[in-house]
Design a protein around this ligand. Structure first.
Ligand code: AHM
Ligand code: MG
Length: 342
């Protein structure tokens, strides 16, 4: 029965080729990028699954990243694996990673003729690895601004979310999934580890317009701005708005995992500004923009404290922004509270 279901399913490889054929004049480069990401994710997923067994996988690498955060061994492994897979295909001219200080230009002849760059958070939520909780990878693809054949520049990476050609994430959870968009809806693929293939399991994903889950680190509550505190009080109240109230609080501390649950069930994820972190914690380029592209394609919304995430032009590769993302009605309501406070 399971075998029968699998035989009828579309693999991610088939899906990529089929959808590529619907774009006249497509060069296939984007398909090769997705294929490189798919390959790297299988290696990372396999490694993560062994984390509890192999001491050399768990724990700190002893180094810090550009943001002063402790790098886990798996952060470093995932970073190297994705970057190597992407550079080996000769289909991107540069990559920027949350784990590296600056972008890397692939300046060999083949890569340098490519038209795309990739931005990546290779292992999001990595502080959860040692406790066997879901983690993820987030990626984003842009067309380069500089001319082909020239070395890539910072300007190629500092593009607003609206310019994304593709974005997606891997979630390494009870199963490994790839969810991505190329601007034509969102599709999810589940990895079958026995066969080594991702199958289309969640076609045309849509987030419910309303939800009953809110996800935020409530330990920081006292230092949130008043409208965010008011919205959280609203979530906790039993005031009837036609959905289940009070809402459920669910916070894993792995953005991809919190996002994925809310995408499927309906909900809102918030990482607001705090007194000590006036820009919040999450990075615009590696985390917020790609997930904003996905949520908008799924019918939801993503905003910062003053406007749409996809409209923000980054001024720094590692820029942080307050981040609110999820079901349309929930984000609308929070936004109204923020607007009426200004
Ligand atoms: P990371 O990319 O270094 O893992 O940091 C991002 C993570 C998100 O996955 C998660 O939602 C957030 O940080 C949790 O932060 P906090 O512990 O402050 O709630
Ligand atoms: Mg992250």
């Amino acid at each position: 029965m399971i075998f029968e279901a699998t035989m009828k399913s579309v693999t991610v490889g088939e899906f990529i080729v089929e959808t590529q054929n619907t774009f006249p004049g497509s060069s296939g480069e984007l398909s090769k990028i997705l294929s490189a990401i798919k390959l790297a994710s299988k290696i990372v997923s396999h490694h993560i699954n062994k984390a509890g067994l192999a001491k050399e996988i768990l724990g700190s690498s002893g180094a810090e990243n550009i943001q002063g955060e402790d790098q886990q061994k798996l952060d470093v492994f995932a970073n190297d694996t994705f970057i190597n897979a992407l550079s080996a295909r000769g289909v991107i001219c540069g990559v920027a990673s949350e784990e590296n200080d600056s972008y890397i230009a692939f300046d060999d002849k083949v890569n340098n003729e490519a038209k795309y760059v990739v931005l990546i958070d290779p292992l999001d939520g990595s502080s959860n690895i040692d406790v066997n909780v879901s983690v993820g990878t987030i990626f984003s693809v842009f067309r380069r601004k500089t001319a082909k054949g020239e070395p890539v520049q910072l300007v190629d990476f500092l593009q607003k979310g609206d310019e994304q050609v593709a974005a997606g994430y891997l979630i390494y959870g009870s199963s490994t999934m790839l969810v991505y968009t190329t601007g034509n809806g969102v599709n999810g693929f589940t990895f079958d580890p026995g066969i080594g293939v991702f199958f289309l399991s969640h076609p045309n994903m849509k987030i419910p317009t309303n939800g009953a889950i809110y996800s935020v680190n409530e330990g920081n509550l006292s230092s949130f701005k008043q409208p965010v505190k008011d919205y959280i009080s609203y979530c906790q109240s039993s005031e009837d708005n036609g959905t289940k109230k009070p809402y459920s609080s669910r916070y894993i501390g792995s953005l991809v995992a919190d996002f994925h649950r809310n995408l499927i069930k309906g909900g809102i994820y918030m990482y607001p500004s705090t007194e000590s972190s006036p820009n919040g914690k999450l990075r615009l380029t590696y985390e917020c923009s790609p997930l904003a592209f996905i949520i908008e394609q799924a019918g939801g919304r993503a905003i910062s404290e003053n406007g749409r995430i996809m409209d923000i032009i980054p001024n720094d590769l590692h820029q942080r922004v307050p981040f609110f993302i999820g079901s349309k009605n929930m984000v609308d309501q929070l936004e109204q509270l923020m607007e009426s406070a200004t």
